[in-house]
Design a protein around this ligand. Structure first.
Ligand SMILES: Nc1ncnc2c1ncn2[C@@H]1O[C@H](COP(=O)(O)OP(=O)(O)OP(=O)(O)O)[C@@H](O)[C@H]1O
Length: 255
């Protein structure tokens, strides 16, 4: 059985009186793409933020490759941050920097590499993400939505992390662009042996890319398994999600 890359145990998070997660347990195995689904507001993005140290849990632990990373701060957090790249929902690119400078930003923060070498590496990541090298000179505002996502993916790959977090990577893309992005994620995961934590609402993305799906609800994980296993579960939200016309269409095209 594959090794556990990310292990979350008894997680509790909250904002004031609003409890987002309670007694949440989750495992992500090395080398898999796990899709995290659940109703709007069920805490998918907050879970991602809690794992990467951007949201401090009230309780519980997060281990990455067996190391407890819960509540790390300062240099300790900076050190473990090289284990993962994150692509946020809106891309979160620095609007005043070119694409190349955006991709170089994590390198500047975490390495002592020379500037020419960083440029070379950044251009390599830009091409890996399916953009022309010339896109490196452009500012995020000069790019289409699909290109911005690719630029954000290039930045997430900047430090060659073994783990990738993607928050709604295909949101706002037309179906063809979204399909191409799904394929890119799958291809990169395979060629780089990445472990991918992917938050999505997109049934086509789940069908095309994910090895396993974890569903959130009632502040915790309510189901985990393959798409077929989840579709067969007697859980009202899952039934509605997979059983609707969009769910049936995605299932018909399952990989
Ligand atoms: N910074 C914040 N301050 C207060 N409440 C927050 C904050 N961030 C998230 N929340 C709350 O936490 C809950 C979970 O939010 P989260 O963004 O994780 O949901 P989600 O499952 O990703 O939803 P969606 O599918 O709509 O993106 C929501 O009720 C949200 O309002």
């Amino acid at each position: 059985m594959a090794k556990v890359a990310i292990k979350v145990r008894d997680l509790r998070t909250s904002y004031g009186a609003h409890v987002v997660h309670e007694h949440l347990d989750m495992d992500v195995y090395e080398g898999e793409i796990v899709g995290v689904i659940g109703p709007s507001g069920s805490g998918k993005s907050v879970l991602l933020r809690a794992i990467v140290g951007l949201k401090k849990p009230d309780h519980g632990t997060v281990e990455v490759y067996g190391e407890d990373v819960t509540g790390l701060e300062g240099d300790e957090l900076r050190e473990v941050q090289t284990l993962w790249g994150i692509m946020f929902q809106d891309g979160a690119l620095f609007s005043n920097l070119t694409v190349r400078e955006n991709v170089m930003a994590p390198m500047r923060e975490h390495t002592d590499l020379s500037k020419p070498f960083m440029r070379q590496l950044a251009d390599q990541k830009i091409r890996m993400a399916g953009l022309e090298t010339a896109a490196g000179d452009k500012f995020p505002s000069d790019l289409s939505g699909g290109m911005r996502k690719r630029a954000a993916l290039a930045r997430a790959l900047a430090l060659d992390p073994p783990i990738l977090f993607l928050d709604e990577p295909t949101a706002g893309l037309d179906p063809i662009t979204a399909g191409a992005f799904d394929k890119l994620v799958r291809d990169l995961q395979q060629s780089l042996s990445l472990t991918v934590f992917l938050v999505t609402h997109d049934l086509d993305t789940l069908a095309a890319t994910c090895d396993r799906i974890v569903a959130l609800g009632d502040k915790r994980v309510v189901a985990a398994g393959t798409m077929d296993e989840l579709r067969a579960m007697d859980q009202p939200w899952l039934q509605e999600y997979f059983g609707g016309p969009r769910g049936r269409a995605a299932a018909a095209g399952v990989k």
